[in-house]
Design a protein around this ligand. Structure first.
Ligand SMILES: Cc1cc2nc3c(=O)[nH]c(=O)nc-3n(C[C@H](O)[C@H](O)[C@H](O)COP(=O)(O)OP(=O)(O)OC[C@H]3O[C@@H](n4cnc5c(N)ncnc54)[C@H](O)[C@@H]3O)c2cc1C
Ligand code: FES
Length: 287
């Protein structure tokens, strides 16, 4: 394995031109979904509702009880509704930034920048996609349901993993878009990797009129990503992973979000904010 210098080019940048804007948006709602997660819905202009699944926004979290977070916080777009002019984020309160987001009330202003990064691809010819997510990774994969629903030729199954059943979010939302959802949880003893592997092998085999899974999308778990890499490599099928990394600028300038990728045996460095956050499944290096 050789070390390669950071690659300055954004892959396929020429055919991925997106408008980006910074705006103060009005909060429509900001409600608890369960004990850990909340959903923030903002009024948004068309430049924001054009966000693609897998892209993210950089959020200027307001001053909470203490100091205001200095850097913006990255958040995947969870849902867009161009007709209503809304974008939504599903988030977990983990620290100062998300705590201050949780205090936003309807009518408050919230400054967001985006849409940023490169989202998911759904290549022509794919017949059955598998969405494999854990924890907050559900928020990143959920908008793929809207894309799949618009493609009647594509079937979708989701395996969502969480600590407890109450943290399995988006199940109704996915089902409403025609996605078959299988929930696995730690508390029920159903989320072990070998059990998920068995579920995935059944889906990869297809049968009874169901086409075999021929594309895998994953987010939110190192061990599930490694499992997806193994099974997608065995079958030679398409796959993508949405990676997380702490960010500062979110725009490709500061290089604080660089991760290693394995490209044909060479380790290359890529910025998650602008060369991702969605990457080729087989090139991702586990963390
Ligand atoms: C592209 C992208 C999309 C994301 N989408 C979502 C989403 O849809 N919903 C959601 O809830 N969260 C999402 N995150 C994670 C979110 O950005 C962090 O939870 C948030 O920045 C935490 O900010 P904070 O000020 O509340 O906590 P902080 O005080 O900054 O951090 C709290 C703890 O979380 C860790 N942490 C912070 N950011 C990250 C990160 N990016 N990766 C791993 N650990 C981190 C810190 O090390 C610390 O231990 C996403 C991150 C990225 C990079
Ligand atoms: S966050 Fe600055 S380059 Fe990615």
């Amino acid at each position: 394995m050789t070390l390669m210098p950071t690659q300055p080019e954004i892959p396929n940048a020429s055919d991925r031109q997106f408008a980006v804007a910074e705006r103060e948006c009005a909060v429509i709602s900001n409600d608890a979904v369960n004990a850990e997660y909340r959903m923030l819905v903002l009024s948004a202009p068309p430049v924001f509702t054009a966000a693609q699944p897998g892209q993210f926004f950089h959020l200027l979290c307001p001053r909470g009880g203490g100091e205001a977070p200095f850097f913006r916080r990255p958040m995947s777009v969870y849902r867009v509704d161009p007709d209503k002019g809304e974008v939504a984020f599903l988030y977990k309160v983990t620290g100062a930034g998300t705590e201050s987001m949780a205090a936003l009330r309807p009518g408050d202003g919230f400054n967001i920048l985006g849409p940023l990064g490169i989202g998911f691809d759904l290549p022509d010819g794919i017949r059955h996609v598998l969405l494999l997510a854990r924890g907050v990774g559900l928020a990143t994969l959920a908008p793929l349901a809207q894309v799949v629903a618009a493609r009647p030729d594509v079937r979708a199954t989701a395996i969502f993993s969480a600590r407890k059943p109450e943290f399995l979010m988006s199940v109704d939302y996915m089902a409403a878009h025609g996605v078959d959802v299988v929930g696995v949880t730690d508390s029920e003893g159903t989320s072990a990797v070998d059990r998920v592997e068995s579920l995935m092998r059944d889906l990869l085999a297809g049968g009874n009129g169901v086409p075999p899974v021929d594309a895998i999308y994953t987010c939110g778990s190192n061990r599930l990503m490694r499992l997806a890499q193994k099974l997608a490599a065995e079958r030679g099928i398409f796959g993508q992973v949405a990676m997380e990394q702490q960010m500062a600028c979110g725009l490709g300038m500061c290089f604080c979000c660089v991760r290693d990728f394995n490209v044909g045996g060479d380790i290359v460095h890529r910025r998650v904010c602008c060369e991702g956050p969605v990457f080729d499944l087989q090139e991702a290096v586990s963390w």
